[in-house]
Design a protein around this ligand. Sequence first.
Ligand code: FE
Ligand code: CA
Length: 533
Amino acid sequence: MTGVALDRRKLLTAAGGLAFVGGVSLQTRAWGADRFSGYPFALGVASGDPWPDGFVLWTRLAPQPLEPHGGMPLAVVPVRWEVAEDERFGRIVQAGETYARPELAHSVHVEVEGLQPFRHYWYRFRVEGAEASPIGRVRTAPARGQTPDRMRMAVAGCQALYHGWFDAYRHMSRDADLDVVFHYGDYIYEGGTAHGAGRYEIRDASGAVFDGRTHVGGEIYSLDDYRRRYAQYQSDPDLQAAQAAFAFISSFDDHEVDNDWASAYDQDGTPPEVFALRRQAAMQAWYEHMPVRRSQFPRLGEVTMYRRLDYGGLMRMHVLDTRSYRDDQLCVRPGQKNCRTGEEAEATILGQSQEAWLNQGLRNDAVWNLIAQQVFIMPLKGVNARGQALPAFNDKWDGYPASRRRLVQTISDLKLTNVVFSGGDAHMHAVGSVPLRDDEPDGPSVGAEFLCSSITSNGDGALRSPNVARFLDADNPHLVLCNDLRGYQTYDITAREWRTDVMVMDQVQKPGGQISTIASFALSPDSPALHRS
Ligand code: FE
Ligand code: CA
């Protein structure tokens, strides 16, 4: 679509007669309002982090998403936003104007307030000189103290675009009852194209390297590289459909920066002060492309991503950051750089401040506590095809057993029976229990863990593959489901029951894949025991 300059009178009519707010004429003149080289909302719209009277609205102006600066001139552009009670925008209840700035890749983050709790709203953006944005739908959170009958949430992540198509998101977008999506991370992958990308290559049925979809450009390092990678992913229509349909609660994992990074360290032995520059670029680009609040604005290269969201009295969600503050990972091979050699008693995956913050936040009266994070929490044994034990998994909570012991102890001390853990990263669906004691996996449990598989990463899956057989064939009595299929999970949450549906795709390496429910699990808030339903 090519941008067509509308005259101001027409635009105001289209905007429902509401004039642009004052004080922007200078900025508007600087912009010129007639220079879009394409439809500026090519990256869609999103909402995030709902609270009882509002949410974040997001878009990024990028008429040519893969071009430098998304095809935008380097000017400040006024952007109008509107929130309505109806899909047709007959009753606009909030509207305002903000600026898309070149410093932030012309991304826009609006924090809307003053709305009604647990209610659907519709939103859109407008700029002079172009058609309005697509329309998004979002639901506010329940009021403090209100316990809704039910809420429904999806969990997703690990969407390696060069491993397949995002049809899972198209199916998700049609699930009209979903209130919100938790995205645990790996929203983008930092590697180059599939061909020659070495460890990230996957194969198709004929054994050839899959190249059905490829990354634009090589491995990403600079802010512009990361922006272009987000722009490529964000151009996907299925991802845009899911984002337009529900609020996202966004976290990051490793691939938003670099595979398996840990605080100041990357996996290649780069000097920390050099890696810090890359991480800073990655964090800024993450902020620019996620519907998150100003509290997640990058400051001096750091993003405080961990945060709490309350769903009235029904659920408290603790979104954790298991990457930014972890001690470096345990070494798993001789000569490995940037890793720690022993199991230091104090090795932490959350860092002291976040751990204290979590312990404090777990003291609450909510019916459910959801610990929403990135990586496997439960201890897992692994074996190879010959039944020989594999080394400990150094990049998950298993690499930080002291951290896990402290968290499990806190939950036990607080007598919480309502804790659910979610995560991803492993590119498999896994369901099980987090035991009170690591060496007693079939003993008492402190909560159920629902580890969500990937949207596409690792490509077409299988019920059983070497990747999951290493856990299934080992002595893991607390692991009740583990498969290597792609998909997402949904949570149906009421005051009486938590239900998780494991959703799987039949294929992702060709477009048009279908989704189905492969298993369902139920929990009651007064016991961590997991029931297959
Ligand atoms: Fe991943
Ligand atoms: Ca990951």
